[in-house]
Design a protein around this ligand. Structure first.
Ligand code: NAD
Length: 497
């Protein structure tokens, strides 16, 4: 048993708490640690320290900031195994998947390493006679990141790398379900030479988040999590006068047109549906089979799905680990039960899987449901588990209408050999991230990540250029050096000509 601590001034900090949570190993069901839920006094202490650090860090030269970012990148690679250990133990994902999450997080650090370019302003000489204008990007101060359980290292890196590069102090409130990766990230920042207080960790629950949202010294909040919480964070944060970006949940559809290569489409759908046990916001959870492709496609999906190996991350043969909690397992099973009761066909049924030696683990085997309709909760809800549903539609237009009617708009994909159809899909689909023969179209770090509709609240996507825009405010300065001899009073509105 261990207790995870907050990080204040780069040091472990006990603080005071209004409660605590249990950290569970989802592969065994055993409680392995506890995490404190910071109370208002602890949040105050962390934010106050961050505010002091932000003043110094925001005035630190860009070259010094770059040096720290490069050192952080180097150490992140060196300490990857340590991070993978805690991620696979507390989250349950297989080690290759944990390495994948780190690799995608690292990309964001590398993008932030180019901060001198990203923070470059602009200059216009002679906008009026003897008048010049320049713009500069200034940090906001203290920015908060609130992150979900499913990417305990990557999502914090989406936020912190750019926020810190831009000269802010960053306070991380990680998921209480797998909080240890955040503490390791803090120690890597310290080792990289980041001044104490610029990266802090405060653990907690909903009440802790409310204290952060209410704090006067918090300028901006980046949130990633489920849609209902994203919406409420956006509403509460903006009402308190803060800049907020709140990324929510998803229901990602993958359309398979009749001309697609069905083996390629089936490989892609199975990989994207069951990777990380479906606990990814960019997982494919709905395959939209356009007539007459349904039967042949389902057959190919079924053989691949049935062959997947479910088990603990500690077994190298495992392809799919457990779900995050017993409560979540019950929820996932409930959606599958309801769909089957309402007439869906369980082509592959992983509901009663038993993993020898891990009977108390939160395992659900892969489930493939055919003939699913939009009234079923397995279609309607974000199941967030190893459940792939197949909806059959008659035409391309019907596929598009189905996706556009869905309240989520995070990711989507189309599989086809027809460039015209793919282009039309890309133009007409109401989704923020589109894959053409790419099932998980997570943008690289030089583009920004963000869904549409109920998958994102706020005007900025996360990381990449929009990340820098979110974490800075622009100052535009107009300058002239007139000859005092020509000066006079003029009440007219300043004109440029
Ligand atoms: P969650 O919404 O339950 O929790 C996210 C964070 O919010 C955690 O830090 C949690 O402690 C905090 N929180 C929980 N309840 C709260 C409340 N009532 N008030 C304030 N804060 C609260 O999400 P989760 O279960 O940890 O993560 C899974 C969800 O995240 C899925 O819906 C998934 O789609 C989504 N997600 C989205 C993206 C994206 O980029 N759009 C990426 C990853 C995950």
């Amino acid at each position: 048993m261990y207790t995870v601590h907050h990080v204040l001034s780069g040091q472990p900090f006990d603080g005071s708490a209004h409660g605590e949570g249990a950290i569970t190993n989802p592969a065994t069901g055993a409680v392995i640690g506890t995490v404190p839920f910071a109370d208002a006094a602890t949040v105050d202490a962390v934010v106050e320290r961050a505010a002091a650090a932000a003043e110094i860090w925001g005035a630190t030269s860009l070259s010094k900031r770059t040096e720290v970012l490069f050192a952080f990148r180097h150490l992140l690679l060196q300490r990857a195994e340590e991070l993978v250990d805690v991620i696979s133990t507390e989250h349950g994902k297989v080690r290759s998947d944990a390495h994948g999450e780190l690799a995608r997080g690292l990309e964001n650090v590398e993008y932030a390493c180019g901060l001198v370019e990203h923070l470059k302003g602009s200059f216009s000489a002679e906008v009026a006679s003897g008048v010049d204008v320049h713009s500069s990007s200034r940090p906001l101060g203290v920015v908060v990141g609130i992150t979900p359980f499913n990417f305990p290292a990557m999502v914090p890196l989406w936020m912190a790398a750019n926020a810190i590069a831009a000269g802010n102090a960053f306070v991380l409130k990680p998921s209480e379900k797998d909080p240890s990766a955040a503490v390791i990230l803090a120690s890597i920042w310290r080792e990289a030479g980041l001044p104490d207080g610029v990266f802090s960790v405060v653990h907690g629950d909903a009440a802790t988040v409310q204290h952060l949202l209410a704090h006067d010294d918090v300028a901006a909040v980046s949130f990633v999590g489920s849609t209902p919480i994203a919406k409420s964070i956006y509403e509460t944060g903006t009402k308190a006068g803060k800049r907020v970006q709140a990324l929510g949940g998803a229901k990602n559809h993958m359309v398979v047109l009749p001309d697609a290569d069905l083996d390629l489409a089936a490989d892609a759908a199975v990989s994207a549906a069951y990777g990380s046990t479906g606990e990814r916001c960019m997982a494919i959870s709905v395959v939209v089979a356009v007539d007459p492709v349904g039967d042949a496609l389902v057959e190919k999906l079924a053989s691949r799905t049935a062959a997947l190996v479910t088990g603990p991350a500690s077994d190298p043969a495992t392809q799919m680990g457990p779900l995050i909690s017993a409560v979540h397992r019950t929820s996932v099973l409930g959606h599958v039960d309801a769909a089957v009761a309402a007439g869906a066909t369980a082509v592959v049924d992983g509901r009663s899987i038993l993993v020898p030696g891990h009977e108390e683990g939160f395992f659900v085997g892969p489930c493939l449901l055919d003939h699913v309709t939009t009234e079923m909760s397995a279609y309607d809800a974000e199941v967030f588990g190893p459940v792939l549903v197949v909806v059959r539609v008659p035409t391309f237009d019907a596929a598009l209408a189905l996706i556009n009617a869905n309240p989520y708009g995070n990711g989507t994909a189309i599989f086809t050999r027809d460039g015209g159809a793919a282009r039309a899909f890309n133009d007409r689909v109401e989704v923020g991230m589109v894959g053409i023969n790419v099932p998980i179209p997570v943008p690289v770090s030089s583009y920004s990540f963000g869904g549409w509709k109920d998958s994102l609240f706020g005007s900025h996507h996360i990381y990449g250029p929009e990340g820098f825009a979110f974490y800075t405010r622009t100052k535009v300065t107009t300058t002239r050096w007139p000859d005092p001899a020509t000066s006079s009073v003029d009440l007219g509105f300043p004109r440029t000509r």
